[in-house]
Design a protein around this ligand. Structure first.
Ligand code: NDP
Length: 251
């Protein structure tokens, strides 16, 4: 799966799954544009360095995916200075566990702002360019939580269900322009978010045992499916969401 000549944009790329995907895409031949919140500048610089080590080009931007004007400026700067965005990976996300009974409006809204509206705004800003090129690959990082949900994750799960639905509908709206839109639903991946959410070693051991493959995920486990959706091997696949969870969830 060689993606040489393509340019990928990855949000939330300073650490965790976004960092792994940005480097993984470069390993498979793309030049990569990475972005994250300004507060994550150290992590972003580290991802940037690692991409350059692969021999591919990298450009970094500070971006809050909830801010439409920032996104529009970044995309316009990219198209002027770099020229293209072939692959968009909507990875930025947040999770603050809390029960639905106790959740306050601010926490509910912030999760929808980042996890769902952020995906929509990024897609809306990049689509005119992809339509012009008659080519585009959009990959949304959802979650197995979006298929089922579990206690203290009702708000997060709802945002990710929305991403799965948005993926299905957008795929139908833009397919005729040569653009595919697919989602990946990671299981429990041992990033900062994954570890914070699990808490104890006991819980990690429990979920490792539940998984068919008897382990939890590493951010690198998400690279293969992302590269597949970005490559021409998936030219006839759109509107789909795939679980990448080591066999924790099967629907
Ligand atoms: P991390 O928390 O490790 O990384 C997420 C990155 O997104 C952080 O750098 C974060 O910055 C950034 N981010 C948060 N808000 C914004 C924003 N408004 N604009 C731009 N960037 C932002 O998470 P993971 O790597 O674990 O998760 C990546 C994606 O995968 C998320 O969408 C998550 O929901 C999904 N996922 C993760 C799973 C897991 O088990 N880890 C399981 C299933 C899905 P900051 O820290 O400053 O907020």
């Amino acid at each position: 799966m060689n993606l040489s000549g393509k340019i990928a944009l990855v949000t939330g790329a300073s650490r965790g799954i976004g960092e792994a995907l940005a480097i993984g895409l470069a390993d498979h031949g793309t030049d990569v544009i990475i972005c994250d919140l300004e507060s994550e500048s150290k992590g972003l610089a580290n991802t940037h360095k690692q991409i350059e080590k692969t021999g591919k080009k990298c450009w970094s931007y500070f971006l809050d995916v909830t801010k439409k004007s920032q996104i529009q400026k970044m995309v316009s700067d990219i198209l002027n200075d770099i020229g293209s965005i072939d692959i968009l990976v909507n990875n930025a996300g947040i999770l603050t566990p809390t029960s639905l009974e106790d959740i306050d409006e601010e926490t509910w809204d912030s999760h929808f702002e980042v996890n769902t509206k952020g995906v929509l705004l990024m897609c809306q800003s990049v689509l005119p360019h992809m339509r012009e090129k008659k080519f585009g690959r959009i990959i949304n990082i959802a979650s197995i939580a979006g298929r089922q949900g579990s206690p203290t994750q009702g708000h997060y799960a709802s945002t990710k269900s929305a991403v799965i639905t948005l993926t299905r509908v957008l795929a139908q709206e833009v397919g005729e322009a040569g653009i595919t839109v697919n989602a990946i639903c990671p299981g429990i991946i041992l990033t900062e978010m994954g570890k914070n959410n699990l808490g104890s070693e006991k819980e990690i051991a429990h979920w490792s045992n539940v998984a068919a493959l008897k382990r939890l995920g590493d951010p690198k486990d998400i690279i293969g499916p992302t590269v597949f959706f970005a490559s021409n091997l998936s030219d006839f696949v759109t509107g789909q969401s795939i679980n990448v969870c080591g066999g924790i969830y099967f629907h």
